[in-house]
Design a protein around this ligand. Structure first.
Ligand SMILES: Nc1ncnc2c1ncn2[C@@H]1O[C@H](COP(=O)(O)OP(=O)(O)OP(=O)(O)O)[C@@H](O)[C@H]1O
Length: 579
């Protein structure tokens, strides 16, 4: 092992969270929410409440749909700031970034693992990303094996996550979070969608964790799950605190035999405030015995040093390639669509389109325009589905310190070689079949570089759209919306000089126009304006050097990459909409 301040993250040292291990860390893992409330867009979704969770407690947050359970959970976890009040972990008031660096586990409702990868592989990537800087690969692998063993997943280690059962997949999501041995563990509806026996398995697992000293807080709708908890917090509509106590006390308090009946009782009153008032009046009997922990502003907990951004980039690039290679359908589309486009262009255009004696009308300009558009199209389609499908994974990893720059750069690094490959094939085929004039290496190389720079700027545009939309259907709709202006205002169908003023201005911001001009100049299309009358409409379009066009394309790539990072940062901030 290399010299470092980090000790091996063995189960023994990290603490002993799972069954079969008798060690127990000192009792930290306390959560206090003091006068917290939350309003969004003028609506109060969580009313002011104060509650504490003791170290090692297993607590359920229950209530009707939309009552504010997830909101309260995220506030307790420190992933969403309360609008008013504060949350303390072990007496320490923490900002979201500090929480990201401490040992808080959080399992959202969505899967936070890549479905394409085998379980062991996905856990290994997660371990290398999340375990402290300095952890060797062998140590990370050992933690993965121990965690899989503890969660009874070892015999599923080589199965792609997609092929796991619902319960196994939920345990896999829990496993990702247990890799760092959290002291505080928050789960949003960990049993939803599971059959009663599998749900009971998950609850038993959480109970075992709490017995080992981990504080576990979860949201749930299932009365059977609530019964397995030490304590239940019932929320009435609009986030009113209706009850906080043990499941047995809840039965007495609401006067019901079954906890399922509490939901009817909560819905029965005209206003949820009635429940909040009733509980506040009875509260003195049910206050946690130890009271609130005092804020400890000076506490300097040993915080985990995260993996460097460069190493994150390298790990994520490898994971991206791994996911791409294993998702045969995506790979087939990424390679198949350029092959089809190349074949179509070879079929559409005649040989000798660039021969000055036979060049017909707009022939040379059209060939060049569609080559430019192909580069744009490849890049855009490559980027469009990259982020939207793994937003839940990204958001979770961001909370444990993932760098947005490393994430976006890893997408570009994984896709760039394929983009360069398909661009080279497109040019090579058109040259070999005589759809382009015979060219020297220097011009061919220039054409290739132009197409690749354009494809990268389109890739960045695709990534931006992928980061901004909320589902794959929206991403698919974005494709024609983003392509259409590139065709209309690209300068080939209507030459720039013939466009109305606003159109001309708009074309300046489109990659296709600059790529069309650059490729046309590299191929010396200017020569046809004298011999082919229709080409004279392009005026000075193909006159001069290509530097300005290439700089414009590179600037788009940089600006769109930065915009993608900005959108991702905003969407992964604590409190950002999950929708
Ligand atoms: N970022 C947000 N922007 C706008 N409204 C929000 C936001 N987050 C939550 N809400 C609203 O606040 C209310 C509580 O949401 P929350 O997800 O906490 O409820 P829940 O009890 O977990 O619901 P469910 O059981 O259906 O998951 C809902 O009406 C929801 O639409």
């Amino acid at each position: 092992m290399t010299e470092s301040t980090f000790e091996p993250p063995s189960i023994e040292r990290l603490g002993t969270l799972l069954p079969g291990n008798e060690l127990r860390e000192q009792a930290d893992g306390r959560v206090d929410a003091v006068n917290v409330s939350r309003h969004v867009g003028g609506r109060q979704i969580l009313q002011e409440l104060t509650l504490s969770v003791e170290p090692g407690e297993l607590v359920a947050i229950a209530g009707g749909s939309g009552a504010g359970k997830s909101t309260l959970l995220e506030i307790l976890a420190g992933l969403q700031p309360p609008s008013v009040g504060e949350v303390r972990h072990d007496g320490v008031v923490r900002g979201a970034r500090a929480i990201a660096e401490s040992r808080v586990g959080y399992v959202p409702q969505d899967d936070i693992i890549h479905l394409e990868l085998p379980l062991r592989r996905t856990l290994r990537y997660a371990a290398r990303l999340r375990l402290p800087a300095g952890t060797t690969a062998a140590e990370a692998d050992r933690v993965v094996e121990e965690t899989m063993h503890d969660l009874d997943l070892t015999d599923r280690a080589d199965v792609p996550v997609r092929a796991l059962s619902g319960g196994q997949r939920k345990r896999a999501s829990i496993a990702v979070e247990l890799l760092t041995r959290p002291r505080l563990f928050f789960l949003d509806e960990p049993t939803s969608g599971l059959d009663p026996s599998t749900a009971a398995d998950v609850m038993r697992l959480l109970r075992r964790l709490s017995r080992r000293g981990v504080t576990v807080v979860l949201t749930t709708h299932e009365p059977a799950g609530i019964d397995r908890c030490d304590r239940v917090v019932f929320l009435a509509r609009d986030g009113h605190l209706a009850f906080n106590g043990s499941p047995a006390e809840a039965r007495r308090y609401f006067g019901v035999e079954e906890l399922a009946e509490v939901y009817d009782r909560l819905a029965g009153e005209h206003t949820p405030q009635i429940w909040a008032q009733r509980f506040a009046d009875s509260r003195t009997n049910l206050q946690p015995k130890s009271g609130l922990a005092q804020p400890n502003l000076s506490a300097a907990r040993s915080e985990v040093k995260r993996t460097s951004a460069v190493r994150q980039w390298w790990l994520l690039t490898r994971r991206n390639i791994d996911v791409l290679v294993r998702n045969r359908l995506t790979l087939a589309v990424l390679i198949g669509s350029p092959v089809l486009v190349t074949a179509m262009m070879a079929t559409l255009f005649k040989r000798g389109a660039f021969d000055p004696r036979s060049a017909a009308d707009l022939g040379p300009a059209q060939v060049v325009f569609w080559i430019a558009f192909a580069g744009f199209f490849f890049g855009l389609t490559y980027g469009l589905l990259q982020i939207v499908g793994e937003m839940a994974v990204f958001r979770r990893e961001r909370l444990v310190g993932l760098s947005v720059g490393a994430y976006v750069a890893s997408k570009i690094a994984a896709l760039l070689p394929i983009l360069a490959g398909v661009s080279a094939v497109l040019l090579g085929v058109l040259l070999a079949l005589g759809r382009l004039p015979a060219l020297g290496w220097d011009v061919s190389a220039l054409l290739f570089v132009t197409i690749v720079i354009e494809a990268i700027s389109a890739l960045a545009l695709g990534l931006l759209a992928s980061a901004a939309v909320t589902n794959a259907a929206q991403a698919a709709l974005a494709l024609p919306m983003l392509c259409f202006p590139q065709v209309l205002f690209g300068g080939a169908i209507v030459p720039v000089d013939e466009m109305a003023g606003p159109g001309r201005l708009m074309s300046l911001g489109l990659a296709n126009r600059h790529a069309f001009e650059a490729l046309g100049r590299e191929l010396n299309l200017d020569q046809y304006s004298a011999t082919v009358p229709a080409m004279s409409a392009y005026g000075d379009t193909f006159h001069g050097g290509t530097g300005a066009s290439l700089i414009a394309l590179a600037s788009f790539a940089v600006a769109l990459t930065l915009a993608t990072m900005w959108v991702l940062d905003r969407r992964s901030r604590p409190g950002a909409s999950r929708r």
